[in-house]
Design a protein around this ligand. Structure first.
Ligand code: NFS
Length: 665
């Protein structure tokens, strides 16, 4: 199944900018993941790939073969138990990563409310909405006072011991909440859920794969409807809820005439400070002094998504391109915080002028410079980082910027944007989206999320997305998947006419939106939970997430976070298909994830290694829901008449087609 990119270096790399770069002399001298995967010289361990290697105690490691009595664990653990334990631990690790990120954002939010950061509470409307949810008095109170109370309540929830304290779960459709209650998985504070998950998968505790996965589900819910949702909402309140913006993407966004600073990682506190400081008179003057026109900030991975969505800052590369960004030789500094940062980065730049700057005490790297980012002194921390980069500008030596590789994209599709985009600027509503699904112009909704990796062909995202939109499925994308789709030209309104089926194209053209909507970073998958909930609440598509013609995939998942995300979608009633999962070593466990979970959650996991077949499976899942809802009948496609068109156009995107600006609505 695994297909090596075989990059000698580029035979099977379909990403044009990556191919271009790897063909340059400078990049040929650099060792990248493509070389490492090629030179590993041994196939991946079957037990590891199948999820049946157990090293949770020191009697092993035990490699389990299902059905072979002599090949169970020394303790007697069977393949299904071990596969479930490993899968559940993956969920716990992913949830922990989202949570540690979320906690930092809440701490930054509190510091901002106290006036201790250079930031301010930007989206007061959302502040009031979320404060009401938390039963916080808003009448006659200052925004910072409300924000402080909200931040403190939110911070306390991470450690809440009681299921009644996870406030965001109250937003879920009633039927989902009932299902969680029935199954005893209404989430408590995520700290408790992760700890309990680790305990239950310790040697000699939970030995029933179904029971283990009930805690896996609970743990994932405390992430999706807990930490991730808190992070998204509080980050929006602090830095602004995304609205449509134009930007550019791919390696060609690096600039010849500016100090290139790339920001890589996840927590946008640092990146937001860099955005502010990059415009500071002192910094601009320093940049000019060394002969540069200024600072060119560009994003990598999910930090890239955060500042892209809110400020339209260009994206230089996604996870799979982090080494490529550096191999241009044109980056003065890559500033990193936490998650998805490859240890190889300092080696890539060993003979270049580039500094890799770590900024977080939780994530240090050998051969990198460490400048601790202090949220209480973030302006000065950001200044110190940028001064380092400026000092490097004159040292830039041999380099190559693939200038032809940069594409326009329209981004910023928060749940609020989708709401007013189709429903109208003055009265947000999902009614038109639901109506267009019911009348068949839009067949359903698909989420393409998650990472990229080097095992399977890098065109999976685009193959899947093109098949979906061709069949009138509206695609919502997050994470590095979203960046991959942007690089292939699917995030412009014009892409609708070129790639979408007639129904979807008509809706997109009328409103002026792309057929693939960029919804944000990976923590912003929580926006999708809210979008699904709104579709349920709007009516006409059943009264539960399980009934919606909606499906998700993270085809090229790499990080444990993606499995946590997949599980919180399944636990919330949405069907999820990956290209591969480390479960196949146990037929019993695989069967449970794929079929058994449907009985518990009304949705399950599936796998399909071929991207086109995966897309077809997604469409079949959507069609199945349409049939159950009785909306599958072939209807004569009603074209928008002039009056309907005028009505929708009067509600069209104010920002699509604008050049950024961050206006709120
Ligand atoms: Ni998501 Fe971000 Fe990318 Fe995967 Fe890593 S950046 S939070 S985990 S690789 S999508």
């Amino acid at each position: 199944m695994a297909k090596s990119p075989g990059c000698n270096k580029c035979n099977e790399i379909t990403e044009a900018s990556t191919r271009d770069l790897l063909n340059q002399d400078l990049a040929k001298q650099v060792r990248t993941a493509y070389d490492r995967i090629e030179s590993r010289g041994m196939a991946a361990c079957l037990f590891g790939s199948g999820g049946t290697c157990c090293r949770n105690c020191n009697m092993g490691p035990c490699q389990i073969i299902e059905g072979v009595e002599s090949m169970i664990g020394v303790c007697g653990a069977t393949a299904d138990t071990v596969a479930a334990r490993n899968f559940a631990r993956t969920i716990a690790a992913g949830a922990a990563a989202h949570t540690d990120h979320a906690r930092e954002m809440v701490r930054g939010f509190i510091a901002t409310a106290k006036g201790e950061t250079p930031h301010e509470i930007k989206d007061v409307e959302k502040l009031h909405k979320i404060a009401e949810l938390y039963e916080i008095e808003i009448e006659g109170r200052d925004k910072n006072e409300i924000a402080l109370e909200l931040g403190e309540k939110a911070l306390a929830e991470f450690g809440s011991q009681d299921e009644s304290f996870l406030t965001m779960t109250k937003r879920a459709p009633q039927k989902q909440q009932d299902q969680w209650k029935r199954n005893g998985i209404t989430p408590r504070g995520v700290d408790r859920e992760v700890v309990e998950m680790m305990h239950r998968t310790h040697m000699g505790v939970d030995q029933d794969h179904k029971n283990i996965m009930m805690q896996g589900a609970r743990c994932s819910l405390s992430d999706g409807w807990g930490s991730s949702m808190l992070s998204t909402e509080l980050t929006d309140i602090m830095f602004g809820t995304p609205v449509p913006k134009r930007s550019i993407i791919d390696l060609g966004v690096l600039r010849e005439d500016m100090v290139n600073v790339t920001v890589h990682g996840h927590e946008p506190l640092l990146a937001e400070s860099l955005c502010l400081v990059a415009e500071d008179d002192e910094i601009v003057a320093l940049a000019k002094k060394v002969g540069a026109k200024g600072i060119n900030l560009a994003g990598v991975c999910c930090t890239g998504n955060e500042i892209l969505m809110r400020h339209g800052v260009p994206v230089a590369g996604s996870f799979i391109q982090q080494e490529m960004v550096l191999a241009t030789g044109a980056v003065e500094a890559m500033v990193v915080d936490v998650q998805c940062v490859m240890q190889s980065l300092p080696q890539v730049v060993k003979s270049m002028h580039t500094d890799i700057i770590t900024t977080n005490y939780r994530a240090k790297m050998p051969d990198a410079i460490h400048i601790q980012f202090e949220e209480h002194d973030s302006y000065n921390s950001a200044k110190a980082i940028l001064k380092h980069a400026i000092n490097n500008f004159k040292k830039r030596g041999e380099h190559y910027i693939p200038k032809d590789h940069k594409l326009d994209i329209v981004v910023g599709f928060s749940h609020e944007t989708i709401n007013y985009m189709l429903g109208g600027r003055f009265r947000g509503s999902y009614r038109p989206l639901n109506d267009n699904i019911i009348n068949g112009r839009i067949r359903g909704v698909a989420a393409i999320v998650g990472c990229e990796h080097y095992k399977l062909s890098d065109d999976a995202h685009v193959t899947i997305a093109k098949e979906l939109i061709k069949n009138n499925v509206l695609v919502l994308a997050t994470g590095c998947a979203a960046q991959a789709l942007g690089r292939r030209g699917l995030m412009t309104p014009e892409a609708a006419a070129e790639f979408a089926g007639p129904g979807l194209a008509e809706v997109c053209e009328t409103v002026g939106m792309p057929p693939v909507l960029h919804v944000g970073s990976c923590v912003d998958n929580s926006r999708l939970l809210i979008a699904l909930t709104e579709m349920v609440k709007e009516g006409g598509l059943g009264d539960d997430i399980t009934e919606l013609p909606a499906v998700g995939t993270a085809p090229l998942w790499m990080s444990e976070k993606a499995v946590a995300i997949g599980q919180y979608f399944v636990s919330s009633g949405a069907h999820v298909i990956f290209q591969d999962l480390p479960i196949e070593g146990s037929k019993v466990f695989t069967e449970y994830l794929k079929e058994g979970m449907k009985e518990v959650f009304g949705a399950g996991w599936d796998t399909e290694s071929d991207p086109l077949k995966l897309a077809k499976k997604m469409i079949a899942a959507i069609d199945g829901k349409r049939e159950a809802l009785g909306i599958n009948k072939k209807q004569d496609r009603v074209l928008y008449d002039m009056a309907m068109r005028r009505d929708l156009e009067s509600k069209s995107l104010p920002g699509a087609g604008c050049g950024g600006g961050g206006e709120s609505h």
